[in-house]
Every structure is written in structure tokens, then in C-alpha cells.
Write a protein that binds this ligand. Structure first.
Ligand code: EMZ
Length: 396
């Protein structure tokens, strides 16, 4: 029907031509050239090779854009290499797998249901701020095991803890998070409870208690890494299903594909475009020489559309059978919060399928990133969507 422009629910792949022709791109970041690896094979190989491509460098440097100027706290375990990485990771694993517990899922389902019911009552909402940000923040109270009221404070920070609209690196904003975490650590020292801060302060690593700085590093990662990524995944899923109502119907009639649908939507959206590594020795990537102390990035978003592995990579196939996407990274550093994020999305899809008959996209402003020659849509700054309850639909 329409032939232009691409609709709100479409997320084009800007990397295809360069990925196929050459396999890498280059982007300037604060005076430093980053080589972006675009093919799934190279992304995986490089993620595995932590000796030549390290995560343990100046805090903030492996993030693109680099956060060295706004943060000195090392995010743990994200900014550590093996074997240190593994020591911390193994201590955190059990806590971050709690989202698999029935009680956690029940609480999450209550949060999602309350938000969707409220949205249905209102009819039309701005999804980023009124739905996704709320959902991400309220769900995070479960992951940290803190009072539900904390979510209000986090909501007031907006969608990214280090970025504001128009400012990719906002130091003033970053210090709000650092101060908040500091205060919470003080509180947990004074009055230990069963929240993540208290549990970590009581955890032993290398035969001694975790330091304040280390606890702060884990919390910093938990707040920063899972924020805009989850918000984009939630918003984009809603927009996609709004524009592709047959897919929402499919989820309604085939609830057994919910797990696969989550993976496919995350593959398609790739909420985090890429993540860097620091090269430790002069070496070649994708037949291209890179020098020691330069950076490469593992471009998850491009790797997820690599036709060498994914059949019809630009199509959303909710029950895609073979789906080794890298939206949660790859190898030792795969996302610590992935279990939580997957449950958030699965619960959201389930509640939408059960309660929402259809959705209509209204006005929106896209959120795009520019990486060298590549312009990539990652989500929306704002988007209005009208929600219709399922009864209305059936009555028609
Ligand atoms: C870092 C990163 C982690 C970084 C898995 O990603 O996410 C980014 O959004 C943050 O800005 O600090 O946590």
C-alpha cells in the first residue's frame, strides 16, 4: 500500500553493504578510531579472544562512545578479563538468575499487568516515558530486591543514566547515579537487608569482603547497562506488534512460541548496537591491521543480520528455529541481566496478547545513532500509541 517512508515498526539494517563487501567499518569517537566488526563470525571470534581484545582497561573505554570522561568506577564484571571476570561473575550468577523463580515471575506479571491495564484505561499514551520507562524501573526493583517506591526516583532520571537528549555524555547526570548508589551503600552498611547492595557487601571475593568500590561497580553496571536497552526493546516490541497485528494475533493463538518470539524480537532490534574491546597487540581483524591500544567494536546489530547465518535476516519470524543472535553479547561476557530482560519481554508479550486487541501508532520521533557512515535507528525518543482492549476487538 504505502511505499515510503519505512514505517515505525521497521528497523532497517544500515550495515549490509559494507558487511558483505568488506566486513568492517570505522568510526571516530572522541579522537580515537574504532574499527567496527560487522560479520557474525568475526564478532564471535573476537569476543572469545580476550587476551588480544581486552575489556579490562581504563573504566569506560570499552563503551562506544567512550565514558572515560564521565565515569571512573569500573563496572563489574563487565570491565574485567578472565580469570578475574569469572571470580566475580560466579558470585553474581545465582542472584541474577532469580528471575526464573515463580515468585519473581508472579511479581513481574503483576507489575506488567498493572501498567497495561492503566494504559488501556488511558487509551493513548506516550510509550517511552509512560510505559517502557515505568516498566523498566519497576521491574528493576525486583532485580535489586528493593522497595517498589524506589522506581519513582529512577523514573525521574529519564531513559539513560549517562545520556540526555542532545548530549551523548552527560557528566552532571552521571553524578546523580553515582551519588544515589553511594547513599544506598551507606544505607545498606547501616541497615543491612536482603537487597543486592547488602548481599554484595557481605559477599567474599579472594578471601575478603567485597569493597565499596566493587559493590558500586556492580550496581553501576546494573543501572546503566539494562536501562535504555530494555526501554528500547519494550518500546520497539510494542510498536512492531502495533503495526503487525497478525503477529500479535499469532502470539495470542500460539502462546507456546513466546520464548522464541522474544529471541527474534531482540535479534531484530539489537538494543545495544555494539561494544568495544581494547587491542593489546598489533594484530589483524577481518584481514585489516589494527594497532595495540586502539579499539575495535563488536557490532551485535550488524552480526544479527548476517545472511551467512540468518535466513531472511530482515524478516521477523517469531518462531525462527535457528537463532544464534548476539543481542546479549557473546562468550564469557554475555549479558548478566539477560535472564531478567528476557522475562520482562516474555511477560510483556504475554500480557499484551491476553489483554490488548490492537494498537495504533500515532506521532513519533525516532532515536537514531550515527556511527561513521552508518545511521542506525535504535528506537524512539517518543511515540504515541493508542491501545484497544481485547473485548472491544471481539465485539466488533
Ligand atoms: C555500560 C553498557 C553495558 C555503559 C552492556 O552494556 O551499557 C551502556 O548503556 C552504559 O552507558 O556504562 O553499562
Amino acid at each position: 500500500m504505502k511505499n515510503s517512508p519505512p514505517s515505525a515498526g521497521q528497523f532497517p539494517d544500515p550495515f549490509e553493504a559494507v558487511r558483505e563487501a568488506r566486513g568492517y567499518g570505522e568510526v571516530e569517537d572522541q579522537g580515537d578510531t574504532v574499527t567496527m566488526l560487522l560479520r557474525l563470525k568475526d564478532v564471535r571470534k573476537t569476543a572469545h579472544n580476550w587476551k588480544d581484545f581486552s575489556s579490562e582497561t581504563t573504566p569506560g573505554r570499552i563503551v562506544v562512545p567512550s565514558e572515560v570522561n564521565i565515569r571512573s568506577t569500573r563496572q563489574i564484571p563487565f570491565e574485567l578479563d578472565p580469570p578475574r571476570h569469572g571470580e566475580y561473575r560466579s558470585l553474581l550468577e545465582a542472584w541474577f538468575k532469580r528471575p526464573l523463580q515463580p515468585e519473581y515471575l508472579r511479581a513481574l506479571s503483576e507489575i506488567v499487568t498493572a501498567i497495561i491495564d492503566e494504559v488501556l484505561k488511558q487509551g493513548t499514551v506516550e510509550v517511552v516515558s509512560e510505559l517502557a520507562l515505568r516498566l523498566q524501573s519497576q521491574a528493576l526493583t525486583l532485580l535489586l530486591n528493593v522497595s517498589p517506591s524506589e522506581a519513582d526516583t529512577w523514573i525521574s532520571w529519564g531513559t539513560h543514566v549517562f545520556r540526555s537528549e542532545g548530549e551523548a555524555l552527560d557528566g552532571a547526570k552521571a553524578s546523580v547515579l553515582f551519588d544515589y548508589i553511594d547513599k544506598e551503600i551507606d544505607r545498606a552498611i547501616r541497615q543491612p537487608g536482603d537487597d543486592l547492595y547488602s548481599v554484595l557487601l557481605n559477599t567474599e571475593v579472594q578471601g575478603r569482603k567485597m569493597t565499596r568500590e566493587e559493590v558500586s561497580g556492580v550496581l553501576n553496571l546494573t543501572f546503566a547497562g539494562g536501562r535504555d536497552t530494555v526501554i528500547n526493546a519494550v518500546t520497539n516490541s510494542i510498536v512492531y506488534l502495533a503495526e503487525n497485528s497478525h503477529q500479535l494475533d499469532r502470539l495470542r493463538h500460539e502462546p507456546e512460541i513466546m520464548g522464541k518470539a522474544v529471541e527474534e524480537l531482540i535479534r531484530y532490534f539489537a538494543p545495544l548496537t555494539h561494544m568495544g574491546r581494547v587491542v593489546t597487540t598489533d594484530i589483524e581483524v577481518c584481514s585489516h591491521a589494527v594497532r595495540a591500544d586502539s579499539r575495535v567494536s563488536l557490532c551485535w546489530a550488524s552480526a544479527n543480520r548476517d545472511a551467512a547465518t540468518f535466513e531472511n535476516p530482515n524478516d521477523v519470524m517469531l518462531d525462527r528455529a535457528m537463532n544464534p543472535h548476539v543481542s546479549f553479547g557473546f562468550g564469557t561476557h554475555n549479558c548478566l541481566g539477560a535472564t531478567h530482560a528476557r522475562q520482562v519481554l516474555k511477560t510483556l508479550l504475554t500480557v499484551l496478547a491476553e489483554r490488548v486487541g490492537s494498537m495504533q501508532v500515532g506521532e513519533f520521533e525516532e532515536n537514531t545513532e550515527q556511527w561513521g557512515e552508518f545511521r542506525r535507528k535504535v528506537g524512539f525518543h517518543r511515540i504515541r500509541v493508542q491501545f484497544h482492549p481485547i473485548e472491544d476487538q471481539e465485539a466488533v
